[in-house]
Design a protein around this ligand. Structure first.
Ligand code: TYD
Ligand code: MG
Length: 467
């Protein structure tokens, strides 16, 4: 007898027949018969086409949340009936940001509702205590059943509703546990429909793990209007908010917060914050003028080169791209003659930021060379530029913005690609065509007391540490 098709209630994969274990996710006893949903065929009532030029542009006025850094990323605020997904790792501060945004909305007299689907009302209240006075239009319901959430929203008619988190919302009529693909899709779809039916602004919170292992909220990305990503290192205060997708504005803006004891505070001068704890005179430290969207950010790049303790040499890149590190090491070996193949190598972007753009290449190469030679660069030096496979240094975008930030923070020397536009007055330029040339500059700008190190001298020094 022919079996009806089945679908896994845990991961949503379909299977032509029933089996005890899902072949896709490996869960036991999760396959259920998939009954095609009966879709009522609408009597066709076609829309009337008009020339595009005659279509009135919808002037969807964004309403600010009052949280400046959030409004900046949203290009003004929440657009009515829009749906935003806020993703981030557990513990990064999503619930705090959402609560502050809702409080901001409520403070302007508009009703805001928080649906706490994973925390109790008392827990939310406890968090809220730290954040300041609570406006009277800030409402709360501790509920995770989807139909109940819909009912509350219809009854309360808030201007903004936030659901924290989408992974804990549950439709009892559906198979699968909360957080399963089936449930996340159902909840996401239904809440989007709620917003689009002239409903509230909807804000969905979703947990994302570092390696993106849990597909959970990712399946919602195409459904929603805006996808925000909240990032940072849990052990550092700095938090970065960026729009990965935004139907109502550009995605280049960056919001910067610091996680303080009394909530998230805007960070006006991130470069200063990132460089506060910098120590002078340590080999392997170079500051890069990076860009985060349209904001320049000065970040310290550190490298440590040491003899391997045992086994194969270790390579660790924190906040920097591991692929770029491998490339820079190969360029140093083949184009400069600095062979570090047998050393343990650790590099990091300090402060919990991620600098993944190729503009960090040159600073990475200089930090590695400085670490290998044990020679520190002067602390007022900044470097940026992309390194090519030939060992050449290439120009990167927005040089003027980067250099303006360099000047603002009092750095006085910049290692730049030869083709870069001129630096502002007060900055001594060192234009380089290749990595070897830049390393020679490392010797040129030696710290007091250190010997002059050229790429040739560096080769000798590095090979000493290489046994
Ligand atoms: P939370 O918003 O609960 O993170 P998420 O919802 O992304 O899991 O906050 C995470 C951490 O932030 C928590 O460990 C405590 C800390 N925190 C502060 O440092 N200051 C504050 O004012 C608040 C509310 C939280
Ligand atoms: Mg949370």
């Amino acid at each position: 007898m022919r079996q009806p098709p089945h679908v896994c209630s845990a991961c949503g994969a379909s299977s032509p027949r029933w089996t005890g274990r899902c072949a896709t996710c490996g869960e036991w006893n999760t396959l259920v018969e998939s009954r095609p949903e009966r879709v009522a065929v609408p009597t066709v009532d076609a829309s009337v086409p008009i020339p595009l030029a005659e279509v009135l542009a919808a002037d969807a006025p964004a309403t600010p949340t009052g949280i400046g850094e959030l409004d900046r990323v949203l290009a003004g605020g929440f657009v009515p009936s829009s749906v935003t997904l806020l993703g981030g790792e557990p513990g990064i501060g999503k619930s705090t940001l959402v609560l502050q945004a809702l409080a901001g909305v409520a403070a302007s007299g508009r009703r805001a509702l928080l649906v706490a689907a994973e925390e109790s009302a008392a827990q939310v209240r406890q968090r809220a205590e730290r954040l300041g006075p609570l406006p009277s239009e800030l409402w709360l319901v501790a509920e995770h059943r989807l139909p109940a959430i819909e009912e509350v929203v219809r009854a309360l008619r808030p201007a903004v509703v936030a659901v924290d988190s989408i992974q804990t919302v549950f439709e009892p009529e559906r198979n699968g546990s909360p957080g399963s693909l089936v449930q996340v899709r159902e909840a996401g779809g239904r809440l989007v429909r709620l917003a689009k039916a002239d409903g509230p602004v909807v804000l969905l919170v979703g947990h994302v793990t570092k390696d993106g292992a849990i597909a959970g909220p990712r399946v919602l990305e195409h459904l929603v209007d805006t996808v925000l990503s909240f990032e940072g290192e849990r052990h550092h205060a700095l938090r970065l908010l960026r729009a990965l997708k935004h139907r109502f504005g550009p995605t280049g803006e960056l919001g910067l917060f610091s996680m303080d004891p009394d909530g998230l505070a805007p960070v006006g001068d991130p470069s200063s914050l990132l460089l506060t704890d910098r120590r002078r005179g340590i080999p392997g430290s170079v500051v890069v003028a990076a860009m985060e969207g349209r904001r320049p950010l000065l970040v310290e790049v550190q490298a440590l080169v040491s003899e391997p303790v045992s086994g194969p040499p270790r390579r660790s890149a924190q906040g920097l791209d591991a692929g770029r590190l491998a490339l820079i090491l190969a360029v140093l070996a083949r184009r400069v003659g600095v062979e570090l193949a047998r050393a343990d190598i650790f590099v990091s972007a300090v402060g919990g930021v991620r600098v993944q753009e190729p503009a960090a290449d040159l600073s990475l190469a200089l930090a590695l060379a400085s670490a290998a030679a044990g020679v520190a660069l002067p602390e007022d030096v900044v470097a940026f530029g992309e390194v090519g496979l030939g060992g050449e240094v290439r120009q990167v975008a927005q040089t003027d913005r980067r250099l303006a930030e360099v000047a603002r923070l009092g750095f006085r020397r910049a290692v730049l690609p030869a083709s870069a536009p001129p630096a502002p007055a007060g900055i001594e330029e060192l234009r380089v065509r290749g990595v070897a040339e830049a390393i020679d500059a490392l010797g040129l700008w030696r710290e007091q007391g250190a010997g002059r190190v050229t790429s040739g001298g560096l080769r000798a020094l590095a090979s000493l540490g290489n046994g």
